[in-house]
Design a protein around this ligand. Structure first.
Ligand SMILES: [Fe+2]
Ligand SMILES: [Fe+2]
Length: 223
């Protein structure tokens, strides 16, 4: 592999990217949303990378998925609405500055621009990996609201998730989102109330990677 190629590590230490992610998260926090900053960016990058690696895609394809995963929510610093489009354009400017080849930039832009329901579609394998990785990040550590009495349903469901893991079985062609939810804090029906459309998006993304998608909550397969 050519060492000069842009990697997700170049973005992790890029002052512009770091400032944008922190600013995006501060804005989401002000709006009462769960964490959408460096923690989420890092995790989505790692999960997207692992999905493509475990399915036998090339190291470079996995790295592009990591790059798109790291950048996917940067557009939130402008506005939550259309953050997929603003994020894709912000990402383009940064990757041009880092001298990434245009064909790679195009793939990453398509993945960033398609990560969110209802308009996002798995248009390429990088987009498919980012969709699954993004929707898999449901966890108590994402809750920014310090006052449980004012939790909304998103806070409650995230707060209840003690463990969240994406398992990729390349032989069985199966991608499984395995969650552990504390039933005293939220319920499976609450999870579905806010995540059904996201799980359907994951199913379509998995199909794009020639896999089935399964959702397992507290040991029970629900999808
Ligand atoms: Fe997003
Ligand atoms: Fe996200």
């Amino acid at each position: 592999m050519d060492d000069a190629r842009v990697t997700v590590r170049d973005l992790e230490r890029d002052p512009e990217v770091v400032a944008y992610l922190r600013s995006a998260n501060a804005m989401m926090n002000a709006l009462g949303f769960t964490e959408h900053g460096e923690r989420h960016a890092n995790l989505v990058a790692k999960i997207a990378f692992n999905i493509l690696t475990r399915l036998g895609y090339t190291q470079r394809e996995a790295e592009l998925a990591a790059i798109a995963g790291f950048m996917h929510d940067t557009g939130n610093l402008i506005h939550r609405d259309n953050h997929t489009l603003s994020g894709a354009l912000l990402t383009r400017e940064i990757l041009i500055r880092l001298k990434m080849p245009f064909d790679e930039i195009a793939l990453v832009m398509g993945a960033v621009g398609n990560h969110e329901e209802p308009i996002g579609v798995a248009v390429n394998k990088i987009a498919a990996a980012v969709i699954i990785a993004d929707k898999a990040d449901v966890h108590s550590s994402r809750v920014q609201n310090a006052d449980p009495k004012s939790f909304d349903i998103h806070d409650r469901v995230n707060f209840a998730v003690r463990r969240s893991f994406v398992n990729v079985d390349s032989d069985a062609k199966m991608i499984t989102l395995d969650l552990e939810i504390d039933p005293t804090l939220s319920t499976v029906s609450e999870y579905f109330e806010i995540f059904l459309s996201r799980m359907l998006m994951c199913r379509r993304a998995a199909q794009f990677l020639d896999c089935q998608f399964a959702l397992v909550i507290n040991g029970h397969r629900l999808m």
